[in-house]
Design a protein around this ligand. Structure first.
Ligand code: NAP
Ligand code: MG
Length: 403
């Protein structure tokens, strides 16, 4: 092995919890440190240290991503009542992902890792489908009301200057339900720009869908904002990259996606994105093969796996039992981040290394060597099932052959 690849600008490294924390250290030890002189600014987002710092470490990590541009994050525990007891927490801290997303004002893009021996449930899908989910507003920030008796429901807006507009929603003759929701032009614009930038990054078409035929003001505003930003800021860039942007109704998008071969970014409103990302993940086979990247409108990137800390495996590990936890999505979080760092800093070797590590990881599975979760999905009966750590050594073997 020749000299290690050098990095110019630090990568923001955010460690996490449980089984993924164990995998995190092993990936670095086996697959990265031998080849790259890793230059990271380390933030421990493990629950214990978040509690010690009153969650300041999460905020600091997000600020560091703003400073350097790229971060890589391990899965973390979002505390609930059980965790407060388990870790004797001062407080039920908020989800670190939520905190970071709010600071970066980012959009989350989720993409499956495709291997040729695990067939998606949709036979025609041979390229990944990336779902971009708007992460602000709509039904996730609503006001609801249970109507118990006859009465009139109205939508009233009082402007700061004192103008009042009033519309009747419904004259109720008996009981029913009511909901009010909103979104913000600024948030929709950020979402649109993040999607246009990401599609350019991947050199894939961008689809955006909503229901503007029914929602003639609310959803139509989304459609108009996307179109306006596209025409003003992205049209010529898309033409140069030979990719397309188009808008279509959400039900039309669903039927076209199912008949497609994949290979596009599909931007969805908040609720559609929630539903469609689970549909796409499941149809492609496994949560353990789903990568996730948060992209801010300013072009900051945070890479992670879509799955959680795999608590059940961790408890088995603590009991001394052997585990077979799939590290693919976490490896791809690292390769995504290293590749982006390499692109931004003009370090070709780093980009090539990350590419090869991805190829070696895919090759390992395609040669029928994999963790238990995938073994159930593969048709072949010559599968070699390996434990958590040996899977990494198998990848290293193939990586060394490529380097
Ligand atoms: P999870 O960690 O994603 O695991 C759920 C189940 O999915 C596992 O028990 C396992 O199934 C399977 N699985 C997920 N990832 C796998 C992998 N890499 N390899 C093999 N199997 C895998 O979700 P959870 O158990 O609901 O949540 C655990 C903790 O993670 C929670 O504290 C939650 O707050 C946190 N979480 C964090 C993030 C994040 O940081 N981005 C996201 C989601 C959840 P089997 O048990 O059947 O083997
Ligand atoms: Mg969901």
């Amino acid at each position: 092995m020749s000299t290690k690849i050098k990095m110019l600008v630090p990568l923001v490294e955010m460690d996490g919890d449980e089984m993924t924390r164990i995998i995190w250290a092993k990936i670095k030890e086996i697959l990265i440190n031998p080849y790259v002189e890793l230059n990271t600014e380390y933030y421990d987002l493990g629950l214990k240290y978040r509690d010690e710092t009153n969650d300041q470490v999460t905020v600091d990590a997000a600020e560091a991503i703003k400073k350097y541009g790229v971060g890589v994050k391990c899965a973390t525990i979002t505390p609930n009542a059980d965790r407060v007891k388990e870790y004797n927490l001062k407080k039920m801290w908020k989800s670190p992902n939520g905190t970071i997303r709010a600071i970066l004002d980012g959009t989350v893009f989720r993409t499956p890792i495709i291997v040729n021996n695990i067939k998606p449930f949709v036979r025609t899908w041979n390229k990944p489908i990336t779902i971009a989910r708007h992460a602000y507003g709509d039904v996730y920030k609503n006001v609801e009301y249970r109507v118990q008796e006859a009465g009139k429901a109205e939508l009233v807006f009082t402007s700061k200057s004192g103008n009042i507009t009033r519309q009747t929603i419904q004259d109720f003759e008996g009981s029913g339900v009511l909901m009010g929701m909103h979104n913000l032009d600024e948030s929709i614009k950020s979402f649109a720009r993040a999607c246009f930038n990401y599609a350019l990054d991947l050199k894939q078409d961008l689809w955006f869908s909503s229901k503007d035929t029914i929602s003639k003001i609310y959803d139509h505003t989304f459609k108009d904002i996307f179109q306006e930003i596209y025409d003003k800021e992205y049209k010529s860039k898309f033409e140069d990259a030979k990719i397309e942007y188009f808008y279509t109704l959400v039900d039309d998008a669903v039927s076209r996606i199912i008949r497609s071969e994949g290979g596009m970014v599909w931007a969805c409103k908040n609720y559609d994105g929630d539903v469609m990302s689970d549909m796409v993940a499941t149809a492609f086979g496994s949560l353990a093969m789903m990568t996730s990247v948060l992209v801010s409108p300013e072009g900051y990137y945070e890479y992670e796996a879509a799955h959680g800390t795999v608590q059940r495996h961790y408890y088995n590990h603590l009991k001394g039992m052997e585990t077979s936890t799939n590290s693919m999505a976490t490896i791809f979080a690292w390769t995504g981040a290293l590749k982006k760092r390499g692109e931004l800093d003009g370090i070709k070797e780093l980009v090539e290394f990350a590419d090869k590590l991805e190829k070696a990881s895919i090759k390992t599975i395609e040669e029928n060597c994999m963790t238990k979760d995938l073994a159930q999905l593969v048709e072949s009966n010559e599968v070699k099932v390996v434990n958590t750590e040996n899977f990494l050594w198998e990848i290293k073997k193939r990586l060394d052959e490529m380097l």
